[in-house]
Design a protein around this ligand. Structure first.
Ligand SMILES: Nc1ncnc2c1ncn2[C@@H]1O[C@H](COP(=O)(O)OP(=O)(O)OP(=O)(O)O)[C@@H](O)[C@H]1O
Ligand SMILES: [Mg+2]
Length: 309
């Protein structure tokens, strides 16, 4: 088992979406995965189809007992019909926000509560993914103390690179205390739209962290948002754009998780990668996209469709 924390202190960059996409890809590769929802917003919990949980991560962390997380594990509400393995989940709840405040006053230090709670679960799952809240506070620090590896999710936007550098510094500081763990496994660029702005900031990220930015990026697509909102795995979604998103998550999963074998066939070629550069807005005078640009939602946008997915 390896424990992977999905982090970024910035909100809304796609940590949860990517955590769910990776869980979907691991399930499709017949790997067992435990998703630990460490965010009081509980978006991973609902995205995995859990709407009422008996035991949640806040209780687990309060108990401060080795292995206490085992009692909170439930199967996701996903029901794939293709033989995929259904992920397991440790659900979250808004009560976690209160618990974080209480833990801050623990005089012994509460940074390893999650690591303690996860003790003994190691043999049971191929992979554990921790979905972190948008802060570098005590909950994320707990994830970093429990994790073997960190995946940073970022948008290609102004100052993203500075935010990533800040996380990397914190990861390094904790790794110094923990004998080299967690290690930075990779940086996933999410919500990449086919715009000059997106390409520019994606380029900045790749330049600033050349050995860590993973290919491919996860592109902005209505299918990706819809899968989480509908509480279904992206691999089970049949709508335009879903296949391309699946190819991206499958590729990232093969690179990130050693329990998933590398592809024996060449990487699938997604339609956008075959589009000649000259037809993209970067090299034309196409307008900047509308917010949330995804023509799956705006089928009448005509020529703009060339530039978005
Ligand atoms: N690749 C994508 N294409 C389209 N929409 C996306 C994509 N990735 C994320 N989104 C949407 O962006 C919003 C924010 O995503 P998400 O909740 O995953 O971010 P987050 O980093 O987990 O947020 P928070 O910091 O609040 O936990 C959601 O509405 C999600 O559906
Ligand atoms: Mg989230």
């Amino acid at each position: 088992m390896s424990v992977t924390a999905v982090v970024n202190q910035k909100g809304g960059v796609g940590k949860t979406t990517v955590a769910l996409g990776l869980a979907s890809a691991l399930g499709a590769a017949r790997r067992s995965v435990l998703v630990v929802d460490l965010d009081p917003q509980a978006n991973a919990t609902t995205g995995l189809g859990i709407f009422e949980a008996e035991r949640t991560i806040d209780t687990v962390l309060t108990e401060d007992r080795a292995g206490s997380a085992a009692d909170a594990v439930v199967p996701a509400g996903w029901a794939p019909d293709d033989g995929s393995v259904v992920p397991s989940v440790i659900p979250s709840s808004p009560a976690l926000a209160q618990v974080e405040h209480q833990l801050v006053s623990d005089v012994i230090g509460a940074q390893d509560r999650l690591a303690t709670a996860l003790e003994g679960l190691s043999g049971e799952f191929d992979e554990v993914i921790i979905d972190c809240p948008p802060s570098l506070g005590l909950l994320t620090v707990n994830a970093l103390f429990a994790a073997d590896r960190v995946v940073v999710v970022t948008e290609p936007a102004a100052w993203s690179s500075d935010g990533v550098a800040q996380i990397v510094r914190n990861v390094d500081r904790i790794a110094q205390r923990r004998g080299g763990r967690p290690e930075l496994a990779g940086i996933i660029v999410n919500r990449l739209a086919r715009t000059r702005d997106g390409s520019y900031w994606a380029g900045e990220l790749a330049e600033a962290h050349p050995e860590f930015v993973l290919e491919p990026p996860v592109r902005m697509r209505a299918a990706v948002a819809e899968a989480a909102a509908a509480a279904v795995p992206i691999h089970a979604l049949s709508r335009s754009g879903a296949d391309d998103a699946v190819a991206e998550f499958d590729s990232l999963t093969r690179q990130l998780f050693s329990s998933v074998p590398a592809a024996t066939t060449p990487e699938s070629t997604t339609p956008e990668s075959t589009v000649p550069e000259s037809t993209t807005p970067e090299s034309t005078t196409a307008p900047e996209p509308v917010p949330g640009n995804d023509t799956d939602r705006f089928p009448d946008l005509g020529s703009l469709r060339v530039g978005v997915l």
